[in-house]
Write a protein that binds this ligand. Structure first.
Ligand code: UD1
Length: 422
């Protein structure tokens, strides 16, 4: 397996380009299943393990794909299967995104249930509820979601009891070719959903209210393949800014939409960082001493749960105590015991964490447990004395494109190495 070996203490400084977003790339790729008409060319797709797994899933279904230099070409004109198998779904929960488009196009699909997750239960009941509201009959059989509809899906009003990025995405993909009008209330506002809407509209879908919590979709008969450019990865950008903040450095991330980082930039400013925003770049200069900032992770536009772990690493260096609450995933705190092994002092009280800052961190071996927890440990390693080894780095590879190369460019002493797990 791969590990990252980090010799801490270097300041992270310089200019770096943001990669394309993973969380928008996956639903956009899924949406190509909606139409047999033509070949899609989608640019700025990050070269990541999750993206490669999704492409593998499309290949399995019978799509023709090519992926080079962040350009993905896909034709789904000749699909051979309507089933997403366990072997691929278990690698990546986001495979559930094929449910909506396959059901809409073929009137039948079988998608393996995703199973457990490193940070607590992550049910798919809302995805199933959406398909049922749109007229499908859904049964759970031998670990598969089997969804069927006689004829076409039918538009409906769907009020989400909680905000779900994935269920909103699946609802959009199922509704764009349904008969009549679908209204999604309490829809997710995340930029990745806005990106999916823009992609679907380019394909010929009719969606009103993009960028709001109420989306109105008028079903159309036909969609076509198009060219498209994916959006930037706001979580990667936030992580790179955090790398500068934690090491007393200064970083400019280019190719971003600063408004989409607003809650994170606000937290950086409160922590004493100087943040300058230009049309498509953000510069962060770390302060002499970081201030503690309490954050609560909530759906967009509030502080993202996907930046919560990285923020916790940063707060271990703040001049005072801070609290971190995650209202999206109540059990997303696997990084705490590992941070504590590096010398942090963090207590968990129910669903919130109390970070005692500042604490000097000292490198040792730590283990990644999920994607963002790995990013948190890398950040801690950048500031820790001596050498930190982050094991099971495959979690990080799921969501960060060439992260150690980017950090090396910015001055980090970080390298990838092989190791054997006992
Ligand atoms: C997406 C992101 C993930 C991010 C999360 C929240 C992708 C590929 N992943 O995940 O990185 O952390 O949004 O911003 O885009 N829920 C249910 N029932 C469901 C679906 C969700 O109860 O059927 C709950 C979840 O357990 C969670 C909350 O809803 O507590 C939000 O989850 P959701 O927004 O659906 O996350 P994902 O789309 O899976």
């Amino acid at each position: 397996m791969d590990k990252l070996v980090i010799r801490g203490g270097n300041r992270i400084s310089g200019t770096i380009a943001a990669s394309g977003s993973k969380n928008s790339a996956l639903p956009v790729i899924a949406a190509t299943l909606l139409t047999p008409d033509g070949t899609f060319a989608i640019d700025r797709i990050p070269d990541l393990k999750d993206v490669r797994t999704f492409i593998q899933l499309l290949d399995y279904l019978g799509a023709e794909t090519s992926f080079e230099n962040n350009l993905l070409k896909v034709s789904t004109s000749d699909l051979k299967s309507i089933e997403a198998p366990y072997e691929l779904v278990k690698k990546m929960r986001a495979s559930i995104y094929v449910l909506g488009p396959l059901l809409a196009r073929f009137g039948h699909t079988r998608v393996s249930l995703p199973g457990g997750c490193a940070f607590g239960p992550r049910p798919v009941d809302l995805h199933i509820m959406v398909m049922e509201k749109l007229g499908a009959t859904v049964t759970i059989e031998k670990g598969f979601i089997d969804a069927k509809v006689n004829g076409k899906l039918r538009g409906a009003r769907i009020d989400f009891p909680i905000v779900s990025v994935g269920a909103t995405g699946n609802a959009l993909m199922a509704a764009v070719t349904a008969e009549g009008t679908t209204i999604l209330d309490n829809a997710a506002l995340e930029p990745e959903i806005e990106c999916l809407c823009n992609f679907l509209v380019k394909m010929g879908a009719r969606i009103d209210g993009i960028g709001t919590t109420t989306l109105t979709i008028d079903g159309v008969d036909q969609l076509k393949a198009v060219g498209f450019e994916n959006i930037f990865d706001r979580i990667e950008a936030g992580t790179l800014l955090a790398a500068a903040a934690i090491t007393g450095g200064s970083v400019t991330v280019t190719g971003v939409v600063p408004e989409q980082l607003a809650s994170v930039l606000d937290a950086f400013r409160q922590s004493g960082c100087a943040v300058t925003v230009k049309e498509d770049s953000v510069t962060l200069v770390a302060p002499e001493k970081l201030l503690p900032v309490d954050i609560t992770a909530r759906p967009y536009p509030e502080f993202p749960t996907d930046m919560q772990a990285q923020w916790m690493a940063l707060m271990t260096q703040a001049q005072g105590n801070s609290t971190i609450i995650d209202r999206v995933y109540h059990e997303r705190f696997n990084h705490i015991p590992e941070l504590n092994r590096l010398g942090a002092k963090i207590d968990i009280r129910d669903n919130w964490a109390l970070v005692h800052g500042p604490q000097e961190l000292t490198g040792t071996k730590v283990m990644s447990t999920d994607l963002r927890a790995s990013a948190c440990l890398v950040l801690a390693g950048l500031v820790a004395k001596e050498t930190t080894e982050v094991l099971r780095v495959y979690h990080l590879d799921r969501g960060y494109e060439a992260i150690e190369k980017k950090l090396t460019t910015l001055g980090a002493d970080i390298e990838r190495a092989k190791y054997q797990e006992f």
